[in-house]
Design a protein around this ligand. Structure first.
Ligand code: MG
Length: 270
């Protein structure tokens, strides 16, 4: 299933994508689909996708992110490939949906960069799970843009502000449920800025794959339904271009992942 949260006028819904239409479900949040034996009710009402305003697929509890999880990306920014996952956290308040605006003030940052990533949505409480069982804890997959203020990232020495500014975590538009994606390690990821391709990678090239990341993170934290893991970005970020390129007022950035869809956001400097 491809699930989405959306609004028509002031009303918010969760639905299943059926071609160009959305089958409205009788639930109010994606969380109701997680956990034990929750069945959903199809209302029989179909909405037109073109008339729906897409919302972030969920409002995550924790967002755990992995840095430098693609060797070529580590290299392009002059870093060694890590020998264990480089874990950081992103503020849940940074989340926006497909079609929402990424915005920032120039007195905070002038070096805003893109990072297209596969996002894993946890569906069951996971604590100290093995790699073999890790994928059983996945609810589904969506697309993220781990938008990064490179100047803050460098200046702060850690990444809380650089990657956690309001609007800096676009997510969506759809969640592909785990049963439809048994192998998350063979998906193409393409990021474009104003229609020009910047990143073209494959999740096959992750240094630490999704089962490894879930096992590793669940040794440190209890993973809860609705938590999200950002799995790292392939090479081709703006800072590594020659000369470096960054997003600006009016830039349109899209991240497309095979089998999931395309996440598109416009930028505004305020
Ligand atoms: Mg990233």
């Amino acid at each position: 299933m491809k699930l989405l949260r959306y609004a028509i006028g002031d009303e918010r819904y969760v639905g299943v994508l059926v071609g160009d239409e959305i089958m409205r479900l009788g639930i109010s949040s994606m969380a109701e689909l997680m956990g034990a034996d929750t069945a959903f009710v199809e209302t029989g009402i179909l909405d037109n996708l073109a008339e729906a305003r897409i919302l972030p697929p969920l409002l995550p509890g924790k967002i755990l992110a992995i840095g430098r999880n693609y060797a070529e990306h580590a290299r392009e920014l002059g870093n060694e490939a890590p020998t264990e996952p480089l874990v950081f956290a992103v503020m849940p308040s940074a989340v926006i949906g497909d079609g929402d605006v990424i915005e920032w003030e120039t007195d905070l940052t002038t070096q805003v960069d893109w990072e297209g990533e596969l996002a894993v949505i946890i569906g069951k409480t996971a604590r100290k799970v093995s790699q073999d069982e890790a994928l059983d804890y996945v609810f589904g997959y969506t697309i993220a843009n781990d938008v990064s203020a490179r100047d803050l990232q460098q200046r702060d020495k850690q990444w809380t502000r650089a990657k956690g500014l309001d609007t800096f975590c676009p997510l969506g538009p759809f969640v592909v449920t785990a049963d439809e994606m048994p192998d998350p390690q063979r998906l193409g990821i393409v990021t474009k800025v104003d229609g020009v391709e910047k990143q073209n990678g494959s999740t096959a090239d992750m240094i630490f794959d999704v089962p490894f990341l879930i096992a590793h993170l669940s040794r440190a934290f209890t993973l809860s339904p609705g938590d999200i893991i950002l799995t790292g970005t392939p090479s081709g970020v703006g800072k590594a271009q020659k000369p470096p390129q960054f997003l600006g007022d009016g830039s349109v950035v899209s991240v497309e992942i095979e089998g999931i869809g395309k996440l598109t956001n416009r930028c505004r400097v305020v």
